[in-house]
Unconditional design. Structure first.
Length: 313
């Protein structure tokens, strides 16, 4: 494998079929939190967290912010961060992951301008603060977590659907009200410049994509974009695109009975041979072997890390 310079780690999560959230809570989240190899990570979904126990810091590219019980975090899609417990201690965080684009498109299908306005506001930057300072946001998140623990009745999904919209609205209001991170976090970094590309790839990975089109989304030349992307993500744009396609393929293999040829076409590969080759690069096995081992999906993709570090590709 050829080595590249890498700075970030992508943690890829999938919201279960038919659900509006992925909720992570329980004993396994009472742990020692630490950045793997000193790297920050980012998610393909928007993350909301509540600190129940423990102290430590939340780390960003240019800032380290202390956390304590009763604090709430809001991390936009594709925003680098890390959580580190105080040395020798454990913390307990509970998380809710959502896909803002999906929710807003479903709720406001005919109002593209409002969708874009809301996405701009919820993805503006991270928030880490005391729950009592943002009681509406804290209350909605707490209710969602309680609903996810109990799933009391047949209206559970509709309840969550409404609560997630309230969660996004309150997240947008927090930014508007000025309760945000320190000023140093508002300075654009190289990673900030390529974040629009990550969203573009996520939304268009099943279609033919030219690197020049992705560069245009970031408002830079193609040559500068290629350099900027690899410096900050640790892989080329094409490698990242293929990773996203394979992750979607794994989800299709798990949820549907589609043939491998159909899966390859649905995720954006024009030939089965190219699909098979890239699938093995990402997962270490063939699509057919993956399909025969359903437990393999849960163990490698439910908390799947694309390690963007020296030695990967």
């Amino acid at each position: 494998m050829r080595k590249v310079r890498g700075k970030m780690e992508l943690r890829h999560y999938e919201i279960p079929g038919g659900e509006y959230i992925l909720a992570l809570h329980g004993g396994e989240w009472r742990r020692v939190y630490a950045s793997r190899g000193g790297m920050l990570h980012f998610h393909n979904l928007m993350e909301f967290g509540i600190c129940r126990e423990g102290n430590g810091i939340m780390e960003f590219e240019r800032e380290r912010v202390p956390y304590e019980p009763g604090m709430i975090s809001v991390i936009p899609t594709n925003y680098p961060h890390g959580t580190i417990s105080d040395e020798g201690t454990k913390s307990y965080w509970e998380y809710v992951f959502v896909d803002p684009e999906r929710i807003l498109k479903e709720m406001y299908p005919d109002d593209i301008m409002f969708q874009q306005k809301m996405l701009s506001r919820v993805n503006h930057g991270p928030f880490l603060g005391k729950g009592r300072d943002v009681p509406e946001l804290y209350g909605v998140l707490w209710t969602i977590l309680n609903e996810s623990r109990n799933k009391k009745d047949s209206l559970y999904k509709e309840c969550i659907r409404g609560l997630v919209l309230a969660l996004l609205v309150n997240a947008a209001r927090v930014e508007t009200d000025g309760a945000s991170m320190p000023e140093s976090l508002k300075v654009k970094s190289g990673f900030d410049q390529v974040r629009p590309a990550l969203t573009y790839i996520k939304n268009n990975s099943a279609s033919p994509i030219k690197i020049a089109d992705i560069a245009a989304v970031c408002h830079v030349s193609e040559s500068h974009f290629r350099r900027l992307f690899e410096e900050n993500i640790g892989m080329t744009p094409v490698e990242y695109l293929n990773h996203m396609r394979i992750l979607k393929a794994c989800d299709l293999i798990k949820r549907t009975g589609a043939s491998m040829e159909e899966v390859a076409l649905k995720v954006g590969f024009t030939t089965t041979s190219t699909f098979n080759r890239n699938f093995k690069k990402v997962t270490g096995t063939s699509p057919y072997q993956w399909k025969k081992q359903p437990d393999n999906f849960e163990s490698r993709l439910n908390d799947f890390d694309i390690m963007v570090e020296n030695g990967w590709y």
